[in-house]
Design a protein around this ligand. Structure first.
Ligand code: ZN
Length: 673
């Protein structure tokens, strides 16, 4: 690892942030090197690590006061800004060191009540450690290479060999007042040291200025990396047969989540495969997380799901049994800890967050894709740490008691946030014709409702733009191509672990007098407006049945299905067939919990009909286009958003299937009958 410090970068940071009441040069440089550390994933991952600076700021009386600016919770070091380093009155905070003990709630209160700005975020849970050390700049990370050395039975002698006396060693204590006390004592006993090595936790370095503290950090990590590199053992090659993840994922996903849908993220790399295919997987993965605060993301240990040479027909049963055993083991660990410690705690959900499958790879589980990605990132690094630790000794993590304290620590659980879940959180929904009109409006409404979307359309540019806006994966697909539809469903499964719903929306509106309709045009309308819906619904239903958790099929029908218009035969006949298709799926999908519904929308201003056709249809009724769009019982124009909300309503209506929801402002002639 090399230092990323640059004088230009530091000066730019000062120009960008220093000045004003709340930020000076010290804080600007603190932002600069905090970002340097935060942007290096081998140093810091998703909220691990923190930094501080001791400086002076003006209070409300206009007097300079000594403050500690320490990373605030909720801020990511990679993108931190000055408000992410709340200022706490240093003298009042440091004086807490006189106490014999201070519980966590009192510690949080003590830090909050000493803030200069009452609206600032909570200072890091390691605030007292920063306050009790005398140094101006302090940097803390859970760097991979450091963890490989401190997660060892022989960590102390290894540390002496690698770092000499440049780093002093602090035994494992959970973050809080006691750790802060102990770290300060260790420093005072080794005043020459440049930092502290926290066993089974991570690294602190300090310095008189931002660059010194940062570069001491980089130097310590580099030494650890070099030591490991010189001893790294070649890992055996994989000999497991490859298993079909797309086949397995819905089976696994459907059995997880305790009545709440979860999202699966799949990772595979040569390193991951060598790790999960290794014969010692159960032992090497079962020893616990690399640093304690990973436990809330990954749980203490992953589920190892070994399908061996089992045929795919038995995968569901093997998965069910393995999950049952995992949950039983988790519950007994929690019960034991509660009993031993004599504390009152409510058991958290017993499901794994990481599943390791020989022949497949690493699967991370979360309430949504973002949370699952965090768990996947953390475990990918854990694999590196374990492999490196095994190269230099034997990986050893904390025992059940310490892990339990961290997992059930309210300050740690608070990091996961407590917002109520959105209505479609964790649900995977595929939308066709997503790039414009009703499809794009529906994608937006479903994204706001928390769904994980896969967007399909035949036009690339607007699809790509929408995908970027909604952070949703997309695929250019011609819905007439059955193989492409099947591949898209498989893509959704590989991306999110399964599928819970479709909005089968893509359509065209060709016109011709029925008796002289060109065969190609008629066949094309059937291909897009009827057959494509069948290809998608069939493939989606197969995945939903494998999951065993039901799902919803939503079709964009049309008023033409009930109230055909002159020359719209090729369209209306296909749409009438689509309504029959919807009913057939309702009839046959009910026992599997698969609901099937359609929307009958009319006169929505989308690209479906070219403007000249709209003008002609309006003109035939003696209306201008605007009046034409409002000529319904309510006298209001129906928007793509109205239709999108109709789809959302049907997606969330647990007792509704086989129905057509009309979204047309009121048109008695077209009411279904
Ligand atoms: Zn830490």
């Amino acid at each position: 690892m090399r230092s990323m410090w640059s004088d230009e970068g530091a000066e730019a940071a000062i120009r960008a942030w220093a000045g004003g009441r709340a930020c000076n040069e010290d804080i600007a440089l603190r932002v600069y090197t905090t970002r340097l550390i935060g942007r290096e994933p081998t140093l810091v991952l998703h909220g691990g690590g923190n930094t501080s600076v001791k400086t002076r700021l003006l209070d409300e009386l206009g007097e300079l006061v000594d403050v500690l600016c320490v990373k605030g919770s909720g801020w990511d070091m990679a993108n931190i800004e000055p408000p992410g380093l709340p200022a706490v009155r240093l003298g009042a905070l440091a004086s807490l060191r006189r106490l014999a003990a201070l519980d966590d709630a009192a510690m949080v209160n003590a830090a909050r009540t000493r803030l200069l700005d009452a609206s600032a975020p909570n200072p890091s849970v390691e605030v007292l450690l920063h306050a009790f050390l005398p140094h101006k700049f302090i940097d803390h990370s859970h760097a991979d290479a450091i963890l490989a050395l401190v997660d060892q039975a022989e960590a102390e002698s290894l540390a002496r060999e690698v770092f000499g006396d440049s780093l002093a060693i602090v035994p494992y204590i959970m973050p809080g007042f006691a750790l802060a006390q102990r770290a300060a004592e260790v420093y005072e006993a080794h005043p020459q040291c440049q930092g502290l090595l926290l066993l089974q936790h991570g690294l602190f370095t300090f310095g008189a200025n931002a660059r010194e503290s940062y570069e001491r950090h980089v130097d310590a990590v580099s030494r650890a990396e070099a030591y490991i590199a010189s001893r790294r053992k070649p890992v055996g090659v994989t000999s497991r047969r490859n298993l079909d993840y797309a086949m397995l994922a819905p089976l696994l996903r459907g059995r997880l989540g305790n009545h709440r849908p979860v999202v699966l993220r799949y990772r595979q790399s040569p390193t991951i495969r060598r790790f999960v295919d290794h014969e010692n997987l159960e032992s090497s993965s079962g020893r616990g997380p690399a640093t304690p605060d990973h436990v809330i993301r990954t749980k203490q240990r992953p589920l190892v799901l070994d399908l061996g040479e089992q045929p795919p027909e038995s995968w569901a049963e093997v998965t069910r049994n393995a999950l049952g055993a995992y949950r039983a083991r988790y519950r007994s660990y929690v019960r034991q800890q509660i009993e031993q410690k004599g504390v009152a705690r409510t058991e958290l959900d017993p499901d794994p967050r990481i599943v390791l499958i020989p022949g497949v790879g690493l699967i991370a589980i979360g309430p949504d894709a973002a949370a699952a990605d965090v768990a996947a990132d953390i475990y990918e690094h854990t694999i590196e740490v374990i492999l490196d630790a095994e190269s230099v000794g034997a990986y050893r993590a904390l025992g059940d008691g310490d892990i339990f304290d961290m997992e059930y620590w309210p300050l740690e659980q608070a990091k996961l946030g407590k917002q109520p879940p959105k209505p479609l959180q964790g649900r995977v929904v595929l939308v066709t014709g997503a790039a414009s009109g009703i499809g794009s409006a529906t994608a937006r409404v479903f994204a706001t409702a928390g769904a994980e979307l896969v967007l399909l359309d035949r036009v690339e540019t607007p699809l790509r733009e929408l995908g970027a806006q909604l952070k949703a994966p997309w695929k250019v697909v011609d819905v007439r191509d059955r193989d492409a539809i099947l591949a898209s469903v498989q893509y959704a499964v590989e991306t999110f672990g399964g599928l819970d719903g479709i909005v089968s929306n893509a359509g065209t509106a060709p016109q011709a007098p029925i008796h002289e309709c060109p065969p190609d045009l008629f066949e094309e309308s059937l291909a897009i407006n009827l057959l494509a819906h069948q290809w998608l619904a069939a493939a989606a239903s197969t995945v939903m049945r494998r999951q065993g958790t039901g799902g919803f099929l939503l079709f964009n029908a049309s008023k033409a299905a009930f109230n055909p218009g002159k020359d719209f035969g090729p369209y209306a006949i296909a749409k009438a067939g689509l309504v029959a298709l919807m009913k057939q799926y309702a009839l046959e999908g009910g026992e599997a919990g698969i609901r099937s519904n359609a929307i009958n929308a009319d006169r929505v201003r989308t690209g479906l009909l070219p403007p000249e056709v709209v003008s002609a249809r309006a003109g035939a009724r003696g209306l201008d286009p605007d009046t034409y769009f409002r000529s319904n019982l309510l006298g209001r124009e129906v928007t793509a958003d109205d239709v999108a909300r109709g789809f959302l309503h049907l997606a969330l209506a647990p007792s509704t299937t086989g129905t057509v929801l009309t979204v047309d402002g009121g048109n008695i002639a077209a009411s279904p009958r």
